[in-house]
Design a protein around this ligand. Structure first.
Ligand code: LMR
Length: 387
């Protein structure tokens, strides 16, 4: 009887992003190219290592952190990323990557009595599973128009049609998977509707420092929505901007909570304690060193800007080379931002099989995988595979 339950267990397909990553790792071809999982790599295709972190030492302290994480980390995080929020007006908890900040948000929203969240369509594939597993229904609003590769003309209309007190999810910058962000007029419009409709925002910040010219630029959406007074749950990741992927460090910050800070804190403590017990230490000790040292902090931001400029340069070259080959759907790539562009026209299976070029089935290209050394090969493969 009980064995039957095991045999009838639902079978889930392999995650599309990690599946492509696994296949890339298993591929023995020397010339293979990884344009899949969202990592930033150097010219040799290895994970980017920040030069300004070279002399940082790992703390030897192995003892437990408080349940909701290192208070110093949270203090420095607020100083660097949320300078527009007065002290005491934010409740933060350290998380296992930005992903766990997503999951905790779902759990907290559920405890707050919400039943549904609205994500842009398309969105990071894991968003949907995380919020479903967190107990919320998920719906999507038409965010992106693939024909023109820009924000859909229907998006603002769909936001306008949301029921009052809905939860609207937005990427703070460098939208994953499209690389297309709201412009300032569109953001102002969302905020205006948000006030009328008393929206609650779930904001996902996975690329801060890699999209605009500064951290301040990339946090504009958070600042403007904060100033509008609507409640915000902000999920922040250090994976890409500190190259800490496998160390899994993020932060969930709740703002504009109407005086319920202590209750939010006790709920988050309870949710962490009853799932992962308490926050993990290695990466948080590391990030705390960076954020608390003015000199390293400045060097880090300079390095982030160089990476961001390089990504923009590669976008432009990629786009122009595609257009030179008559591939018109590559045109908008140069006007997009962050790590990704979404190109469903790509024949991803053929690119993988015949050329060792790895891109998830939805055609999301990680621009950081493009190098001066592989750009011509990639463009040629795209042309040949589309014939
Ligand atoms: C991505 O979108 O590729 C990254 O955020 C990795 C992941 O967890 O999916």
């Amino acid at each position: 009887m009980s064995l039957e339950r095991f045999q009838k267990l639902e079978d889930y397909p392999e995650d599309p992003i990690f599946s492509v990553y696994r296949k890339f790792e298993e591929d023995e071809r020397k010339e293979k190219v990884n344009l899949g999982i969202g990592v930033i790599t150097n010219e040799e295709g290895e994970l980017y290592a920040f030069k300004c972190f070279e002399n940082l030492l790992l703390n030897k302290n192995n003892s437990y952190l408080p349940i909701s994480g290192d208070n110093d980390l949270k203090k420095h995080f607020a100083k660097v990323f949320l300078p527009f929020v007065p002290a005491g007006q934010v409740v933060s908890v350290q998380t296992v990557g930005g992903t766990y900040a997503n999951y905790l948000s779902a759990k907290l929203l559920k405890k707050l009595g919400f039943g549904k969240i609205y994500f842009p369509k398309p969105t990071w594939s894991n968003h949907l599973s995380l919020f479903k597993e967190g107990g919320l229904a998920v719906e999507q609003l038409e965010y992106y128009d693939d024909d023109v590769k820009k924000i859909s003309e229907n998006f603002l209309l769909e936001v306008k049609n949301l029921p009052e007190n809905s939860i609207l999810a937005l990427d703070v910058c460098g939208h994953n998977p499209t690389g297309v962000d709201l412009n300032s007029a569109e953001l102002e419009e969302v905020i205006k509707i948000g006030k009328e409709k008393k929206l609650v925002y779930f904001l996902d910040a996975a690329y801060v420092g890699l999209v605009g010219e500064s951290i301040e630029d990339d946090m504009t959406m958070v600042k403007k929505i904060y100033e509008s007074g609507n409640p915000i749950l902000l999920s922040f990741s250090f994976s890409k901007n500190m190259s800490l992927y496998g160390h899994r460090l993020g932060i969930l910050s709740v703002m504009n909570f109407g005086g319920a800070g202590e209750r939010i804190k006790s709920n988050l403590d309870y949710l962490v304690r009853s799932s992962i017990s308490s926050a993990s230490r290695f990466a948080s000790d590391f990030v705390c060193q960076v954020l608390s040292d003015e000199k390293i902090l400045n060097l880090w931001q300079e390095e982030l800007l160089r990476i961001r400029n390089y990504l923009l340069k590669m976008r432009k070259e990629f786009s122009q080379k595609l257009q030179a080959q008559g591939i018109d759907w590559g045109r908008e790539v140069q006007n997009q931002n962050g790590l990704f562009s979404l190109l469903p026209e790509l024949k991803t299976e053929e690119l993988q099989k015949n050329f060792g070029i790895y891109i998830p089935p939805n055609g999301r290209v990680n621009v950081s995988g493009l190098k001066e050394s592989n750009l011509d090969v990639v463009v040629k493969a795209i042309v040949e595979s589309s014939l």
